[in-house]
Design a binder for this molecule. Structure first.
Ligand SMILES: *Cc1c(COP(=O)(O)O)cnc(C)c1O
Length: 422
């Protein structure tokens, strides 16, 4: 659908009026900018806003603890013993999986390591990992240290995908080509579902199919993809995925992470894993016996009992996702981000190059842009109540989020930029 966007405030306000998701904004706390006005918050790619229901959710668990002590594990609305189970259904919908394929546990980089323990199983001849150059640093460190742990040299084992000269993003054909070129030595393709810097969405389905074709495993870090774009991890046949809950998922700083393990691996006891008691067969967990027997599916990778106080806001946030639905959210997101791209394109007195792909299938909420005198423009935006982020060396990222951003917010950025003077 091609939209004839317009550059008037009244037009943006009309889009807000027609927006069937507009009332969700009231469910979130909107931070205040320095000027005392509600901030124009464009940073959901870094830390999603707090649902107003989060505080009550945490208070509820504190109350359970106060009232019941240890009995809270077995009593109350959502007993802590099975607390993680309340996440399976709603999380499965967000990432396109079956409930048994997902679990909420730990934090993101920890889960990435746990998945690599199971799914990066290098041999003398098949030991390489393909990843995107400029992957998020934590992912780079995780891969590098895993490679070393197995006695390989990261420079030899990690193959980085780089954009062609003069381009900022990767072409799917080049990714597939690199997989084919490393067919005999490739153990794993492990990359972001969306690159955090450029905002590019990768074609996970094609990448997974190609990895499998050459006998390798495919896993994705969905930190920037979960709750942002349509995912179909089960149908795409992805082996494993990890994500965090504090970006588009709005579960609060350092929030509990999520993991996907494809059904194919649900009962595969050949996979090595680092085990803990919460991954052990639920029926026998308190028999305290020797011999680890994993639960079926992703739940079998759990280590510890649920950090309930940290998971309560995640649960509250998932209820909002259930209500809004990913398909309505992504439809609005395309329009909202498309509108931002359109308005930025109308600005002539500042040189702005959007490096995020124009193709809506290759981007989510986020637009990354290289701006002439970028730091100065960024500081100007901040002083005018816009909260975005600056990523070294030279990118401004702005992410209008369909749950709480309005078309008017996007319009205000345009209006502020038109008043910018060098
Ligand atoms: C945000 C982000 C992280 C952060 O990792 P934590 O373990 O949650 O601190 C890691 N990887 C990617 C791709 C990210 O976007």
């Amino acid at each position: 659908m091609v939209h004839q966007f317009e550059t008037q405030l009244s037009y943006a306000q009309a889009l807000d009026e027609q927006d069937e998701l507009k009332h969700f904004r009231e469910r979130f706390h909107i931070p205040q900018a320095d000027n005392g006005e509600p901030a124009i918050y464009m940073c959901g790619n870094s830390l999603g806003l707090q649902p107003k229901s989060a505080a009550a959710a945490v208070a509820h668990e504190l109350e359970q603890w106060a009232q019941m002590g240890v009995e809270g594990h077995f009593r109350g609305e959502t007993p802590w013993f099975t607390y993680h189970k309340a996440f399976a259904e709603p999380l499965a919908k967000v990432v396109g999986a079956k409930p048994d394929e997902v679990v909420a546990m730990n934090v993101l980089t920890v889960n990435l390591h746990l998945m690599l323990v199971s799914f990066y199983r290098p041999t003398a001849t098949r030991y390489k990992i393909i990843t995107e150059a400029g992957a998020f640093p934590s992912d780079q460190y995780a891969l590098e240290s895993q490679v070393r742990f197995h006695g390989f040299d990261p420079d030899a084992a990690i193959v980085e995908l780089k954009p062609r000269a003069g381009e900022h993003t990767l072409r799917t054909e080049d990714i597939l080509q690199t997989i084919a070129e490393n067919a005999d030595s490739l153990a794993l393709v492990m990359m972001g579902g969306i690159n955090y810097y450029t905002g590019q969405v990768f074609n996970m389905q094609k990448i997974t199919a190609k990895a499998h074709e050459v006998g390798a495993v495919a896993g994705f870090d969905l930190a920037h993809a979960a709750g942002n774009v349509t995912l179909a991890l089960h149908d795409w046949d992805v082996d494993f995925a990890v994500w965090c809950s504090y970006k588009y998922m709005n579960a609060g700083p350092g929030g509990v992470s999520g993991v996907f393990v494809h059904e194919r691996h649900a009962e595969n006891t050949d996979l090595p894993r680092f085990a803990g008691w919460w991954g052990h067969s639920e029926k026998e967990r308190f028999q305290m016996k020797k011999g680890f027997k994993p639960m079926y599916g992703a739940a079998g990778w759990q280590l510890s009992n649920a950090p309930v106080l940290h998971m309560a806001p995640y649960k509250a946030s998932l209820a909002i996702f259930e209500e809004a639905g990913m398909s309505r959210l992504t439809a609005k997101s395309r329009l909202l981000t498309g509108y931002l791209a359109f308005l930025l394109g109308q600005i002539e007195h500042i040189k702005i190059e959007i490096i995020t792909p124009e193709d809506p299938a290759q981007r989510g909420c986020q637009l990354s842009m290289i701006v002439e005198n970028g730091r100065q423009v960024f500081d100007y935006l901040v002083s005018n109540g816009v909260i975005g982020d600056w990523r070294e060396p030279n990118v401004i990222r702005l992410s209008p989020v369909p749950l709480y951003n309005r078309f008017e917010d996007v319009y205000r950025i345009y209006e502020i930029l038109t008043r910018f003077k060098q």
